[in-house]
Each structure stands twice: as structure tokens, then as C-alpha cells.
Design a protein around this ligand. Structure first.
Ligand code: APR
Length: 361
């Protein structure tokens, strides 16, 4: 899993230049030194697993290994624009589970907000669609939603904006929404086969002025996002905080590789920076249960249970949709002929997702 490590690890016998050592303590010292004013974060689904949102590619708990049991052509099809046109139900079923508002920011989201509060955050490039960065209080103009998000919704054909409440109603019942032009509606999430938002391309130049890059919770397996760490200047310290080694971080003189749960890694940094108490208060406030014990990341089996439930719910809503289709087939049979003609279910499928006729004048 994750982008294969291609280049050679840097010779550890040669000391770093900007950092005193290749460890989190040295990164904290570098931040405290005042040399570091423009921090860039590059994050993926791994920073939201502690919130209960499964990532995509972790074995067992990842969404893709769990969606594999649904009869999709391949798990990623749920986020593929051509498959969505064919059958939007799997995505709508998943959207029901992932719809914003059900999950709270993690300590890692709050850690990034601490940089924004201190004017040290140049940008947070996120691949996540859960908008937990916004929920943590990071200003919108400091976030690049590289793979879009649930924040907006449009028709995939005429690109008309669609009413949010109406889409939410459709997602709640797992029924795909159609634009007046007849096109399918989806949230502004970048599907495989779609161009990344303009804001991603328009923000790339900022990487040239970063003085620290922190990569967290990503397998760095989807381009062009996966190429971001390499765009950081060779002399700038880069930190990988991830459960597994990914990308080519560790091949440069001032690279730091820290393997483990990101909530644990940022706690080490936050304590060194003297931010931990403040962070905990903010985190508890966001959860609305101030006074909660120091958060413990969701255990592996809790997460596993969450993902199984999520996939069961997706499967259930797909089954309901199939029952609906069979019911429509039966209804069509009655209308057509007393003897149940073999109805081409695909016709019913298109019938079940009719191109809505625009209102006649
Ligand atoms: N702490 C640190 N790392 C974690 C944690 C955690 N608590 N949980 C998971 N990870 C790591 C995993 O080991 C993995 O390397 O986070 C990474 C998650 O990788 P993916 O599941 O591939 O997620 P991501 O990199 O965000 O996927 C990129 O793929 O399907 C597309 O559009 C989708 O944006 C997504 C893109």
C-alpha cells in the first residue's frame, strides 16, 4: 500500500542543515526558533480515522477493502465519474454515511489550526472531503480542498448549482438527485476522471515559499497530489507523520520520518511547543463535551466495527434500491401485458433514473 519508496534513504551519518537532528524534538525547536513562519501541511484520510472516518487503503479497516464485497467493478468505482453516470446509487449510499456533521475534528485537525491561530500556516493541502479542517477552525482561505469536498453541489452536465437542502434530502433516502436539465447531481467532490479544483493548481506556487512541510495520514498514491512533497525546496525540512513509510520523504538531508498514529505524533510536537493544554481545550470545546478525558484515538477494532457498519449500511441501501427496481419491474409488467414479459432491468434502471423532463413552459 502507498507509493513505493523509489529513491535511496539519505545517509544518516551526515547531519541535517536546518534541523539539529532528524526527530520531532528538533522540528519543535526549529518551529520555536522563529526561522519557521510558513508551514505547509499535506494531509490525507489518515488524519480523520481517529474521528471514525475510515481511510481508503488501510488493510481491513480501509473503505476500499470493505467496499470490495459490494458488486462494484472495483471499489474505487464508487468515486469514478463514468461509473457514477451508470449507477449513482453506491455513491449516494456512501454519501449518506459520510455526510458532514456526523464527525468531529481530531487533535491533528486542531494542531493545524494552532498554526493558523499563530499566523504560521501558509496552507493546508488536504485530500479529504470531510471538511473537518474547517470544523476545527482553520480559515477557509488557508485550506486547499485538493479533491473537492461536500461543501457545494452541482449538476455534472450543465454545472448548475443545486439546492443543498434538496440534495441532503435525496442523500438521506439514498435517491439520486437530478438537475432540471436531467443531469445527475453530486457534491463537489473530485471523482476519478475529473479535473482537480482550480484552487489546487492556483495554490501550487505557494509551495516555493514554504519553510516547513508536514505530510500526514496519506498513502501518497493519487497524483497529482502525491507529487506535492517533491515540489518543496531541497533545503526545506519535510516531516512524514504516517503509519507507514510512503513517498520519497526520508531521501533528503532535512527529512524527518515519524511512523505511528498522527494524533500521537502531533501530541509530542504540541507538548514541546507548549501548545498541548490549549489544544486539548479547543478540541473538547469543538466536541461540546468539555472536561472529557484526554482523547484516545479510536481503537483498531472500534474503527473496524465502524467500517463494517458503514459498509453494511451501504449494502443495505443498495439492496433497498434493488428491491425498488424489482418493484418497478413488477409494476411495469402489470401495465404492459398480463403475461410477465421479460423486462430488461437495464431499461428499468434507466427508467428508475429517468432524465427529468425540464418543466414545459
Ligand atoms: N495516523 C497516521 N497515519 C494513518 C492513520 C493514523 N491514525 N490512519 C491511517 N493512516 C495512514 C495509512 O497507513 C495510509 O498510509 O494514512 C494513509 C491513508 O492512505 P489512503 O487510505 O490511501 O488515503 P489517502 O492517501 O487520503 O487517499 C488519497 O485516494 O481514493 C482516493 O480521493 C481519494 O483522497 C483520496 C485519495
Amino acid at each position: 500500500m502507498g507509493q513505493e519508496q523509489s529513491a535511496e534513504p539519505f545517509d544518516q551519518s551526515i547531519p541535517p542543515t536546518k534541523l539539529l537532528r532528524r526527530d520531532l524534538l528538533a522540528v519543535a525547536e526549529y518551529i520555536k526558533s522563529g526561522q519557521c513562519k510558513k508551514v505547509v501541511f499535506m494531509v490525507g484520510a489518515g488524519i480523520s480515522t481517529a474521528a471514525g472516518i475510515p481511510d481508503f487503503r488501510s488493510p481491513e479497516t480501509g473503505l476500499y477493502s470493505n467496499l470490495a464485497r459490494l458488486d462494484l467493478p472495483r471499489p474505487e468505482a464508487v468515486f469514478d465519474i463514468s461509473y457514477f453516470r451508470e449507477d449513482p446509487r453506491p455513491f449516494y449510499a456512501l454519501a449518506q454515511e459520510l455526510w458532514p456533521g456526523k464527525f468531529k475534528p481530531t487533535l491533528t485537525h486542531v494542531f493545524m489550526r494552532m498554526f493558523a491561530d499563530r499566523g504560521l500556516l501558509l496552507r493546508c493541502f488536504t485530500q479529504n472531503i470531510d471538511t473537518l479542517e474547517l470544523a476545527a477552525g482553520i480559515p477557509q482561505d488557508k485550506i486547499v480542498f485538493s479533491h473537492g469536498s461536500f461543501a457545494g453541489q452541482h449538476c455534472i452536465d450543465c454545472k448548475e448549482e443545486f439546492d443543498r437542502t434538496e440534495l441532503e434530502e435525496h442523500v438521506k433516502i439514498g435517491k439520486p438527485a437530478f438537475c432540471a436539465c436531467g443531469g445527475l447531481v453530486k457534491p463537489d467532490i473530485t471523482f476519478f476522471g475529473e479535473a482537480l479544483p482550480a484552487d489546487f493548481h492556483n495554490s501550487l506556487h505557494l509551495l516555493d515559499s514554504a519553510d516547513l512541510a508536514i505530510v500526514m495520514g496519506s498513502s501518497l498514491s493519487v497524483y497529482p497530489f502525491a507529487s506535492l512533497p517533491q515540489r518543496i525546496d531541497e533545503t526545506v525540512p519535510r516531516v512524514l507523520m504516517n503509519m507507514e513509510k510512503v513517498g520519497e520523504i526520508g531521501t533528503r538531508r532535512d527529512d524527518v520520518v515519524w511512523l505511528g498514529e498522527c494524533d500521537d505524533g502531533i501530541r509530542e510536537l504540541a507538548e514541546e511547543l507548549g501548545w498541548w493544554e490549549e489544544m486539548e481545550e479547543v478540541w473538547k470545546g469543538l466536541r461540546g463535551d468539555v472536561g472529557l478525558e484526554t482523547p484516545v484515538a479510536l481503537s483498531e477494532d472500534t474503527l473496524e466495527a465502524e467500517v463494517t457498519k458503514l459498509t453494511d449500511d451501504v449494502e443495505k441501501s443498495l439492496r433497498v434500491a434493488d428491491e425498488h427496481t424489482k418493484w418497478v419491474v413488477k409494476g411495469l409488467d402489470k401495465e404492459k401485458t398480463p403475461s410477465a414479459a421479460a423486462v430488461d432491468v437495464t431499461q428499468v434502471e434507466t427508467h428508475a433514473f429517468p432524465k427529468a423532463e425540464p418543466e414545459k413552459e
